[in-house]
Design a protein around this ligand. Structure first.
Ligand code: IPD
Length: 318
C-alpha cells in the first residue's frame, strides 16, 4: 500500500540530485534528427536521449519509492493523473530546442498527491539553473556558486543533499521582492507556444489568440508589449515564477510539461488557472493553462483581462 503521508522534503532532496544527474546525460548527448525522431508529426519530436533519461529517472524512482506511481512523457499513454502519489516526468522539455542545440530546455519532475502537484523541480542543465519548490515552503532558484562544467554532485549514494547544496547559491523567487504590481495586458510580456497541433479547432484558437493578444486597437487586439515563444513549458513557468515574464498561456501541453512548474509558480506567489474563461480551478492534466506571475496587486484583474481578450475566439478543446 502507498505511504499515506509522503515526506515532501525527502522527495524534494532526492529529485533535486536526480535532476542534476539527468542533466549530465543531456549535456553530454549529441542528438541527431532521423525518421525515428518524429512522433505524431514533424513538429512532435523525441530523441534517444529523452528515452534514456526517462528510463534512468523512472528506475531510480522505482528503486527509492517503489509504491509510488509514475507518469512520464515517453512511456505514458493517456497522460491522465490519478489521486495516487505520482511522479510526473518530462525527461527533456523542449526537445525541439534540444535537437537544434538551442539551450532552452529542462528536465521537469513533479510529485503529485491527490492530483495536486506538491513538489516541483525544473533543471536547465545548460545554464545549470535549478528551480525547485515544495508546497507551502516557497520557491527557489539554485545554481552553482562558481560556474563549472561539472555541477556538484555526491560521489556515492543519493542521500548527501546538504553538503552538495553548500556548493550552490540559492535565491528565493520571485527575484524582485516585493513583486511589482501587474499593470494590465497592454504592459505585459507574455509567453505563448505553437505546440504540435497545426490544424483544426485548436490551431485556429491559438492563432486567433496570438493575434488578439498582439494586435493593436484598430484590430480589436490588446497589444501586449510582446509575445515570446521559447519552447519549454516548464521553463516558461519558471520565468513567470522569477517575475521576468508576466504570463504564459498554452493549450495542448500535458501534465509532465507543467506539473513541476505549477508548484514553483504558486510558491512564488503566482497563479495557475485554466486557458479558457472561468476555469479558476484547473486540473494539472487539463491541457490548457494560463499562468500569471506573483504581484502586489493586479493579478486577478490580469486574469480577467486575459480571458476577456480570448472572447469571441473558439474555446480550446481537449
Ligand atoms: C513541449 C514544450 C513546448 C510546448 C509543447 C510541449 P516537449 O514539450 O513544452 O514548449 O509548446 O506543448 O509538448 O515535447 O519538448 O517535451
Amino acid at each position: 500500500m502507498a505511504d499515506p503521508t509522503p515526506n515532501l522534503q525527502e522527495i524534494h532532496d532526492f529529485l533535486f540530485l536526480l535532476a542534476i544527474r539527468a542533466g549530465s546525460m543531456i549535456t553530454s548527448a549529441n542528438p541527431t534528427l532521423s525518421p525515428s525522431t518524429q512522433k505524431k508529426n514533424s513538429s512532435d519530436l523525441v530523441t534517444e536521449t529523452d528515452k534514456a533519461v526517462e528510463d534512468m529517472v523512472s528506475s531510480s524512482l522505482k528503486a527509492k519509492f517503489p509504491s509510488y506511481s509514475f507518469l512520464g512523457e515517453e512511456t505514458s499513454t493517456s497522460g491522465a493523473l490519478t489521486p495516487a502519489p505520482t511522479f510526473i516526468v518530462d525527461p527533456i522539455d523542449g526537445t525541439t530546442n534540444f535537437v537544434h542545440a538551442h539551450p532552452y530546455i529542462s528536465i521537469s519532475i513533479a510529485f503529485a498527491y491527490e492530483r495536486r502537484p506538491l513538489v516541483g523541480i525544473v533543471y536547465n542543465p545548460f545554464t545549470q539553473h535549478l528551480y525547485h519548490a515544495i508546497h507551502g515552503k516557497g520557491a527557489f532558484l539554485t545554481a552553482p556558486s562558481i560556474p563549472t562544467s561539472h555541477p556538484p554532485l555526491p560521489s556515492h549514494g543519493e542521500s548527501k543533499f546538504e553538503p552538495v547544496l553548500s556548493a550552490y547559491t540559492r535565491t528565493r523567487l520571485p527575484l524582485k521582492s516585493p513583486a511589482p504590481p501587474l499593470q494590465g495586458l497592454k504592459q505585459a510580456l507574455v509567453a505563448i507556444e505553437w505546440g504540435n497541433e497545426r490544424s483544426g479547432n485548436n490551431w485556429e484558437t491559438k492563432t486567433k489568440t496570438f493575434s488578439s493578444l498582439a494586435g493593436d486597437d484598430s484590430t480589436g487586439g490588446s497589444m501586449v508589449h510582446s509575445l515570446r515563444s521559447l519552447g519549454s513549458a516548464a521553463l516558461n513557468c519558471c520565468a513567470v515564477a522569477r517575475g521576468d515574464l508576466d504570463a504564459y498561456w498554452e493549450g495542448g501541453c500535458w501534465a509532465w510539461d507543467v506539473g513541476a512548474g505549477w508548484v514553483i509558480v504558486e510558491e512564488a506567489g503566482g497563479r495557475v488557472v485554466g486557458g479558457n474563461e472561468g476555469e479558476w480551478k484547473p486540473s494539472v492534466d487539463g491541457r490548457r493553462y494560463l499562468v500569471v506571475r506573483g504581484a502586489e496587486g493586479g493579478q486577478e484583474q490580469m486574469i480577467h483581462e486575459f480571458w476577456g481578450a480570448l472572447k469571441g475566439n473558439l474555446e480550446y478543446e481537449q
